[in-house]
Design a protein around this ligand. Structure first.
Ligand code: ADP
Ligand code: MG
Length: 482
């Protein structure tokens, strides 16, 4: 029997607002526990929530980015349950009337094929606080700084058929929300959390199998591992004559262990009802139009532009467009260098490698876009050979100069382009290699192309890499042929 995997995702995305969804408390990450929770976040008696306009705008922007319908009337509801990190006793969320209706996201798979994943809807809600179990012996600590942080929860249709598709979707969503600036995209700080609904069914069957939901995965790698493990568990279970029960599960990425958290029977009845403290949100067409007009370029459009306007190949365009700071850096560098392909090579080669080794992101790169663009410009105009350019890059990285030109000047790294100097150097090299010169002159024309490499190498060595290779080539040919 062959089995088909079916996956639907629910994704919590933290919106990058300065303040919370219903209060003025800060959403900044990393503050001392309970210093950023105000009376509203604590649910003290008598307080009233005030909806953060910016959170609404960001949710609308998300809807526009996935071609979704924006529901002009949307309603907040209370989802009632008790948990220590939820002092209000309910989460304010949306159920029947979410802000974002059905939409779609196209994903590209490793084999180059594309597929459309349907988004069922996305709704606005508030985050809960955090329970801390590790530092408190026999007790739990509660940090309410995160309580009230604005989220959108994005719910997909069960359209994905493999871990690869689920991860491709998750990455695409990450690229979208970070490029349009509605989320900082920092997975390590929990800015995006993935719940994975998984079922299996015999290949060819149209009815869906019973699903489980694995909650709160915060990395693409853990997501892939959790799916593989759960699919295997479900298939083994069914093949051994058992039945999958609908349950919520947890996956521990550090240990690779998965376990059941609660079954459907134990699930709460949340007794949703419209929040009497918040009026329905009415969104005017003019606001949607305004946000549409101000919408930053989406990764897909940027990729297409990198290909059509800048002449990049599909692979380079894809790598450089997915992450907005990287794409911004690239465009800024190209503006200075005037050569997109060469700039792309340097970004994906030397820069990516050096950032990676130092454990830095492009935002913290000691070599700015202007600096890299300036360096590439000097390669393009033959001031630097590729090899010497790496020395200049290293010097810029170490802070030994503010620009490539400054480093070149200070270190005397300018490429030698003076014909007289190159001439004299070549004469000296040829005088020291009389035997090879004879061999060259005796060789048939079609073999000479390869043989000339030897002389070029000698000249480059003699100039400590500073001679202009193209000029050396041309001059050498004249002398050897002449
Ligand atoms: P509920 O009403 O219990 O929340 P939904 O129908 O809203 O369930 O689905 C929640 C998530 O689970 C969605 O992402 C959906 O795509 C996914 N899902 C639903 N049924 C299945 C299934 N049989 N297999 C895999 N995923 C599923
Ligand atoms: Mg649901």
């Amino acid at each position: 029997m062959t089995w088909e995997t079916v996956i639907g995702l629910e994704i919590h995305v933290q919106l990058a607002t300065n303040t919370k969804i219903f209060s003025g408390a800060s959403t900044a990450f990393g503050a001392a526990p309970n210093t950023q929770a105000c009376a509203v976040d604590l649910g003290l008696p008598g307080v009233l929530p005030v909806l953060n306009e910016n959170a609404v705008h960001k949710a609308i922007q998300f809807g526009l980015a996935i071609d979704a319908q924006i529901n002009q009337e949307n309603v907040f509801e209370r989802k009632n349950y008790f948990y220590p990190d939820l002092p209000k006793g309910y989460q304010t969320t949306q159920l029947e009337k979410p802000i974002v209706g059905a939409g779609k996201v196209d994903i590209t798979l490793a084999d180059g094929t594309t597929k459309t994943v349907r988004v069922h809807h996305a709704h606005l809600e508030e985050d809960a606080g955090k329970s801390l179990h590790e530092d408190f012996h026999g007790m739990s600590g509660i940090d309410l700084n995160r309580a009230g942080t604005p989220l959108i929860e994005i719910v997909t249709e069960p359209d994905m058929r493999s871990p690869e598709e689920a991860v491709a979707f998750a990455k695409k969503l990450h690229a979208i929300v970070s490029s349009i600036g509605i989320c900082d995209g920092d997975l390590s700080q929990g800015s995006m959390r993935f719940d994975v609904n998984i079922s299996v069914r015999p290949q060819g069957q149209s009815a869906l199998g019973t699903r489980t939901e694995t909650k709160n995965l915060n990395s693409f790698r853990f997501m892939e591992q959790a799916i593989n493990k759960e699919v295997e568990r479900q298939i083994d279970l069914i093949e051994d004559g058992g039945k999958v029960i609908q349950e919520t599960r947890l996956y521990n990425g550090d240990t690779g262990e998965a376990r059941s958290m609660r079954s459907k029977e134990e699930a709460n009845d949340y007794r949703y009802f419209p929040c009497p403290d918040l009026l329905p949100v009415m969104i005017e067409e003019s606001l949607i139009d305004k946000l549409k007009a101000a919408m930053p370029e989406l990764p897909e459009a940027r990729k297409a532009r990198f290909i059509s306007e800048l002449g990049l190949g599909d692979y380079d365009a894809d790598s450089l467009s997915a992450h907005r700071p990287t794409a911004d850096y690239f465009e800024a560098a190209v503006n200075v260098s005037g050569d997109a392909k060469l700039t792309a090579n340097w970004m994906m080669g030397e820069l990516a490698k050096t950032l990676n080794q130092a454990g830095l992101t492009i935002d913290d790169s000691p070599v700015s876009a202007t600096m890299l663009g300036g360096l590439v410009a000097r390669i393009k105009d033959n001031t630097l050979s590729g090899k010497i350019a790496k020395q200049v890059f290293e010097a810029l990285w170490q802070g030994e100069g503010q620009s490539a030109d400054e480093v070149i000047e200070k270190k005397g790294l300018k490429q030698v382009t003076d014909t007289a100097v190159i001439d004299a150097m070549i004469d000296e090299v040829l005088a020291n290699c009389t035997q090879q010169v004879e061999q060259y002159r005796a060789a048939p024309a079609e073999k000479r192309g390869k043989m000339i490499g030897f002389f070029v190498g000698q000249c480059m060595k003699a100039s400590k890499g500073k001679a202009n290779p193209a000029m050396v080539n041309k001059c050498l040919k004249q002398k050897l042929e002449g």
